[in-house]
Each structure stands twice: as C-alpha cells, then as structure tokens.
Design a protein around this ligand. Structure first.
Ligand code: DGL
Length: 281
C-alpha cells in the first residue's frame, strides 16, 4: 500500500465503474486533463450494479476502491452513478485523506443548468432511482425543479452489448422514456444518470426529438476534478504525456471490444489487465 500517494502529483487518478460505462467519464477526464495518468477499473465480473441491492453495490464499491488505493492512486473518481449513490460518503470516510468524487452532484449540476422549465427527467438504473440521490441533489441545487425519475435497466445491457442504435434500441428507449415525455410537454431536459447511457445518445435523440436537452455528468465531473486538483496542488506537472491503464475483473477481450466503441478508439485486449479485487482491504 502506498499510503502517501494522495500527496504525489505524478500518481495516477483511479476511476471505477461496474463495467465499460465509466469510459464515457474517463474520455471526458482524459480530454480535459491530458497530462494526467489514469487507472480505470471496470468491475465487469459483477456487472450490472444497477439491479443489485444497495448492500451488494456498497460492498463491491468498497472492494474496487480499496483495490485502486493499493495501486497508489492520488484521487478516486467513482464513474458510476449506482456506486456513487450507494457508497460515496462511506468511501470518503473510509479512504480519507484520499480525495473521492462521484458523478451524481456533477450530473445534477449539468441537469439544472440545462433546464429552463425546471422539469427534469432523470434516466438511471433501478438502484439509483430507488435511492433518490438525484432527486435530493437536484432539490439542493434548484428547489423549484421537478424530477421525473425513470429506471432504464435494459439500457445497460444494450450499451454493454453494443446495441446502441437501430430498431431494438429505439423500441426500448421509446418504452422507457417516449411515453413519459409525450405526456409531459414541460420536460425539457433528459439527464443521463447512468454512465452507460451516453452510448445511446443518438437513439435517445431520435426518439425524443430535438427539443429535449440531453445531458450527462462526464464533463461536469471532469471540471469538478480539475478544480479540486488545482486547489490541492495535485495537478500532474506535464502538459501532455498522461496515460491510461485499464483493469477489468472479467474477460479483457470483451472489455476491449465493447470499451473501444464507447471510447471511440481501438483497444487491444493486451492493454487490459485482468485483476482479482476480492481480497482488497
Ligand atoms: N454505469 C453504472 C451507473 O452509472 C451502472 C451500470 C450497471 O448497472 O452496472 O449507474
């Protein structure tokens, strides 16, 4: 365990998700902070988190986070809404003084900024919707807002399978969201409260039409991270030269295939390290 890595600007930033969805966040982090080193962990063996109980997600998140801390990270980004909802506060306490951020506050901020009517639809996993974390975060930022939260569990499978466009994806999107939006013309913003969902943006746009703003937490999370790194004087010293290391708890071949689509760059399975995080403590 590298106990003081959180004070070392050259140490990597740990990022974790249940699978490849968090790569939508990683892409934003890497593009805003090209000089940083990133260590991305996808807990693909235990995906999906979104339909599991809060206790299971909490336990998985703790193991993933502890595993990353043993790799000497300086900062932890929970690039998964379900894990942020279940474990952010506990991880902050458990890993202190390691700084930890999640994606829910930044996502809520993006949603509140985008909406004019204050009627915001949040699409997320079952766990995130039931826990009410978005509803609370939005109420804190914008008390006049109304949140319509919709669990869209099948989107996770579509994103992991790469079926993000076409008839099946459109039918699923319409089933979950189309009717709700048609019945409530005041909804002007769809907040993607799951890091897998940006993979479906084109389909969502086709189903919902041009007047709904579709926002996610990736870029707001990246700017929160940048501001905090600056405040803590923890920015890597080099302008460029950052790198990304990928870790997965299940098949690197599958991670590379599906992840490449989300990242928009080819991924070689050789680049993905298979890890066992069960013993992390
Ligand atoms: N990507 C995760 C999130 O943001 C959840 C996907 C899953 O169900 O594992 O909530």
């Amino acid at each position: 365990v590298q106990a003081s890595s959180f004070t070392n600007p050259s140490a990597p930033i740990g990022v974790f998700d249940s699978g490849v969805g968090g790569l939508t966040v990683l892409r934003a982090l890497h593009s805003l902070l090209p000089g940083e080193r990133f260590l991305y962990l996808g807990d693909t063996a235990r995906l999906p988190y979104g339909t599991k109980s809060r206790d299971s997600v909490f336990r998985y998140s703790l193991q993933a986070a502890k595993f990353l801390t043993t790799c000497g990270i300086k900062y932890l980004v929970i690039a998964c809404n379900t894990a942020s909802a279940a474990a952010l506060e506990a991880l902050r306490t458990e890993l202190a003084p390691m700084p930890v951020i999640g994606v829910i506050e930044p996502g809520a901020e993006a949603g509140c900024k985008a909406s004019r009517t204050g009627r915001i639809m949040v699409a997320a996993t079952e766990g995130t919707v039931q826990g009410g974390a978005y509803q609370r975060a939005i109420a804190r930022l914008r008390p006049d807002a109304t949140v319509v939260a919709q669990a869209c569990s099948v989107f996770v499978a579509l994103a992991e399978e790469g079926w993000t466009e076409g008839l099946i994806a459109e039918a699923v999107a319409d089933r979950y969201l189309g009717e709700v939006v048609r019945a409530d013309p005041l909804i002007d913003t769809l907040l993607l409260g799951c890091t897998h969902f940006p993979a479906l943006t084109r389909t969502l746009r086709a189903v919902l039409g041009p007047s709904i703003s579709i926002v996610d937490s990736a870029y707001t999370t990246a700017s929160v991270l940048l501001a905090d790194l600056r405040r803590r004087e923890l920015c890597a010293r080099h302008e460029r030269g950052g790198d990304i290391r990928f870790l997965a708890t299940d098949s690197p071949v599958r991670f590379a295939r599906v992840g490449a689509r989300i990242l928009g760059t080819p991924l070689d399975p050789q680049q993905i390290e298979l890890v066992d995080i069960n013993d992390a403590r």
